[in-house]
Design a protein around this ligand. Sequence first.
Ligand SMILES: Cc1cc2nc3c(=O)[nH]c(=O)nc-3n(C[C@H](O)[C@H](O)[C@H](O)COP(=O)(O)OP(=O)(O)OC[C@H]3O[C@@H](n4cnc5c(N)ncnc54)[C@H](O)[C@@H]3O)c2cc1C
Ligand SMILES: *[C@@H]1O[C@H](CO)[C@@H](O)[C@H](O)[C@H]1NC(C)=O
Ligand SMILES: *[C@@H]1O[C@H](CO)[C@@H](O)[C@H](O)[C@H]1NC(C)=O
Length: 502
Amino acid sequence: MARSVNTKIVIIGCGISGISAAHRLVKAGFNDVRILEATSRSGGRIKTGRLGNKIVEIGANWIHGPCEENPVFCLARQYRLLDPEALTPENQAMDIGGHPPWTPNFFGSSGGKLNAEDIYPAQQMFLELLNESSEFQGQKGEPWSCVGDFIRSEVQQRAEEQWKDIDATSRSLRLCVISNMLKVECCVNGAHSMDEVSLGAFGLYKTLPGNDCTFPGGYEGLIKNLMSELPSGLVTYNRPVRCVHWNNTEERGNPVMVECDDGERIAADHVICTVPLGYLRKHHSTLFHPPLPLHKLCSVQRLGFGTNNKIFVEFDAPWWDADCEIIYLVWEDEDAMVDEVPDVQRSWIKKLFGFTVLKPTERYGHVLCGWIAGHESEYMETLSEQEVTQAVTQLVRRFTGNPTVTPKRVFRSQWFHDPWTCGSYTHPGKGCSEQDLDNMMEPLPSKGSQSQPLQVLFAGEATHPCYFSTVHGAVLTGWREADRLISHYSSVRPFELRKSKL
Ligand SMILES: Cc1cc2nc3c(=O)[nH]c(=O)nc-3n(C[C@H](O)[C@H](O)[C@H](O)COP(=O)(O)OP(=O)(O)OC[C@H]3O[C@@H](n4cnc5c(N)ncnc54)[C@H](O)[C@@H]3O)c2cc1C
Ligand SMILES: *[C@@H]1O[C@H](CO)[C@@H](O)[C@H](O)[C@H]1NC(C)=O
Ligand SMILES: *[C@@H]1O[C@H](CO)[C@@H](O)[C@H](O)[C@H]1NC(C)=O
């Protein structure tokens, strides 16, 4: 009898990483696998909602880099969840380096559209600097500790050289555009400010080829399809785990005991923990007994986990161009290259960089998705929907110069106050290195221990060395930890076979 048949495996969290791990283990013949999920649903940060009768993504929206190497793309194709355009070889081959070639509209805070030609030099310079920011990874001696400082100092220097012949007003506008682009990057990174993102580790994040695509029927279709292939009853919902008691050294019994909020205790040989980094940062001291080893704990704290939220806004008629795919709102008083708002309570909305346009229009009508990161975003979550609507209305009226534009419907996400997520996703915080991600994925007990190996394993977005913050990263970590257990048991099997022959 293969050892795997009786092996008890508990997976904490029914997000895409937990589901992926369960999938692989069940396929490999492990038949005592269960998932404990705190909430009443599967999917975690993959969460499809509705605005009126339209599908909107409260969490993940795109397949970043949809190509053959991307497991999310391959699964979505297999389940027939994608538009034909996303399946074309041209779409898969397009290398966008993390920046989709969307058609922009720029609006200024004095009211009205800005001329794209006035903006492009600043945008071009910013993109070059982002590119260069990635190049310090693995090198020693980066000039600044954070991406924000690097970009500000380089823009200052390069503006001296390259923009010396332009007038003061145009120059000031370009610096305001830099502020706007910094806010965009805060959303991309899920960081409060680019001053909190490590310059030395910025290049750890890798992109895949392929032009980002969405799920026309909602990202949760992927979850539904995967769940339908798991044995029913494998997931227990509304079952938050309070504490993982590991390193049980009693002669008999299992090495791990999972204690739930309702007091239930579940014995396990292995636990795969997939809770979000935000949750782990907040609850590590009660979630593990004995506590996490110091080096792992330091990495949990050093890696960054911030907030990025969406504000969906529906209009009766568009105030943007028909071909526009992204709207940038440039504050003309922000030439100090800032991505933080000084008076959060009064001016939090200045952190919202702009909107992406939900396409195609035939499917969505006139719906925009606003993006806001950081503490300003966390403050926004505490306001009523009515207060948010009022702020967005004022903002749009100001930037269009049209005092009558009125949103029809508004709906926002609240990821920071989600008690099981505590933010949005992972970025390399200041002082971070590759080692921190290695520490994140290291199982307990640590190498060199005499105790039973692989008691607690770690999966989830925050444990992927180069695809952290993404759905494909999360899938790959679930598979990785399942494979770690599968190969552990397949390497003991020949020994057992030999023994039985004697
Ligand atoms: C606003 C937003 C936009 C995003 N956009 C994209 C995008 O466009 N493309 C992309 O690739 N990625 C995107 N992401 C990131 C992507 O959603 C995540 O990386 C991915 O879904 C994480 O999966 P996971 O399994 O690691 O974690 P999660 O999905 O967070 O799953 C963890 C699960 O653990 C549960 N849990 C927590 N604590 C406990 C406990 N104590 N006991 C039991 N269960 C517990 C939670 O309820 C949750 O279900 C976005 C995320 C956000 C928030
Ligand atoms: C950034 O680098 C990539 C490849 O390294 C290149 O294709 C792209 O054109 C660069 N972008 C800018 C704005 O320099
Ligand atoms: C695990 O148990 C062993 C044996 O009792 C002990 O030596 C070791 O320190 C324990 N490890 C931790 C992290 O508590």
